[in-house]
Design a binder for this molecule. Structure first.
Ligand SMILES: [Fe+2]
Ligand SMILES: [Fe+2]
Length: 179
């Protein structure tokens, strides 16, 4: 089994390697990035100055890299990573989610992701629904879900440790990745 060195995600890629990976990632999610639903995530706060869109792109690219390294389904990781937080409301607006945001937002994201992508696989749906694991109602039960929940934690840690500066995400992502 391939080993995963988590420190690579906190270092910028070389220009050449970044361009290669970005081209492959865009094949999977380029058409989703220009949908009104995904673009609208830019108006929702996620981690202070970092929008839900910026976080989701970061998670998608990181999940794609994890899947690539591990020999898992890269398309599924990129797609479900991009859609994992497609809840489409301001997290602090209690009128949108009267319950527990931590537990509920993956289910809103799954509902919106299904509407946007009717061809979502069971694994992609499981990845979206369980990305908050262990703070989730269900367990990750496939490699794609493991890639997305791991990427979400890596990206959230980098975002919070960098005091939520968007420039940090931009430095870690290739130039062709739109954040
Ligand atoms: Fe989330
Ligand atoms: Fe997330």
């Amino acid at each position: 089994m391939n080993r995963l060195n988590l420190s690579v995600f906190a270092r910028p890629l070389s220009k050449k390697r970044g361009a290669e990976l970005a081209a492959e990632w865009l094949e999977y999610v380029g058409h989703l990035l220009i949908t009104p639903e995904v673009m609208s995530m830019g108006q929702y706060d996620h981690h202070f100055a970092i929008s839900c869109y910026q976080h989701s792109v970061f998670v998608s690219f990181t999940a794609f890299r994890i899947a690539r390294r591990m020999g898992w389904d890269t398309r599924a990781a990129a797609r479900s990573g991009l859609l994992h937080d497609l809840y489409l409301y301001q997290p602090y607006d209690q009128s949108c989610h009267p319950g527990n945001q931590c537990l509920d937002h993956p289910l809103f994201a799954l509902m919106n992701a299904r509407a946007l992508c009717p061809d979502l696989t069971d694994g992609e749906q499981n990845a979206i629904a369980t990305h908050m694991w262990p703070l989730a109602r269900h367990m990750p039960r496939c490699a794609t879900a493991v890639a997305v929940t791991l990427a979400d934690k890596i990206c959230a840690s980098i975002e919070l440790l960098s005091r939520c500066r968007v420039g940090v995400i931009r430095r870690l992502l290739p130039a062709a990745v739109p954040v």
